[in-house]
Ligand binder design. Structure first.
Ligand SMILES: Nc1nc2c(ncn2[C@@H]2O[C@H](COP(=O)(O)OP(=O)(O)O)[C@@H](O)[C@H]2O)c(=O)[nH]1
Ligand SMILES: [Mg+2]
Length: 196
């Protein structure tokens, strides 16, 4: 989170983290469509030389907190395993992570490695996964070879114990639900911190 006293703006930061091809960009593209006219547009950014997407929108129902304007910045992270530095830079001031896991059973190891990467990158800021809100999104539930949820919960979410959602991002299924879970959590902690 960034609180800009001069500009009277609060910026919440949400990262869509996960292995390559898990559906992070698909989530943002769908959100962009659904919030047409209510967001500042999808942008392609470059961090540490790697391309990724950003989308800035007002959290529904909380455009203002006291006299502050509230914005939420959503980012996909560059997900090639070797772009760890770019992901670390993006984690600065993060409030929440939507971990987009690929449900394809043969992607289990790539998903797992990216959870290790997330934990590791958070330690650079002295943070543990329990210090931020993490939502586990099991995407690509439409695939015939999607791993069963109890298996994914055990292998990927056993230590995180994050709340989870199921999604079919290419059809928009679960995308807004996931985002709303993040909004609810962030708004709740903002109000606790700064009053409503
Ligand atoms: N079958 C299926 N394919 C998906 C789903 N979500 C995304 N994809 C596809 O997976 C590929 C990678 O998605 P993308 O959003 O670019 O992944 P990213 O690398 O995480 O940003 C694309 O071809 C998407 O159309 C889904 O829910 N089901
Ligand atoms: Mg992408």
């Amino acid at each position: 989170m960034i609180v800009d006293i001069g500009e009277k703006v609060i910026k919440l930061k949400v990262l869509y983290y996960g292995p390559p091809e898990s559906g992070k960009s698909t989530n943002l593209l769908y959100i962009n469509e659904k919030f047409k006219g209510k967001n500042l547009g999808l942008k392609e950014l470059e961090t540490a030389g790697q391309k990724h997407l950003s989308l800035i929108l007002a959290p529904p129902g909380l455009e203002k907190l006291r006299s502050f304007t509230v914005w939420t910045e959503l980012y996909t992270v560059p997900s090639n395993p070797e772009y760890k530095t770019a992901r670390r830079i993006l984690l600065r001031n993060v409030d929440a992570v939507v971990f987009v896991a690929d449900s394809k059973i043969e992607r289990t190891n790539e998903n797992f490695q990216m959870i290790v990467d997330l934990k590791d990158n958070l330690t650079a800021y002295g943070l543990e996964t329990s210090d931020i809100f993490i939502l586990m999104q099991y995407n690509k539930r439409d695939l015939p070879d999607a791993a069963p949820i109890p298996y994914l919960q055990r292998v990927l979410n056993g230590s995180l114990k994050a709340p989870y959602t199921e999604a079919i991002a290419i059809q928009g299924v679960g995308v807004i639900e996931s985002l709303n879970m993040v909004f609810e959590k962030l708004i709740e902690s903002l109000k606790t911190k700064y009053g409503s």
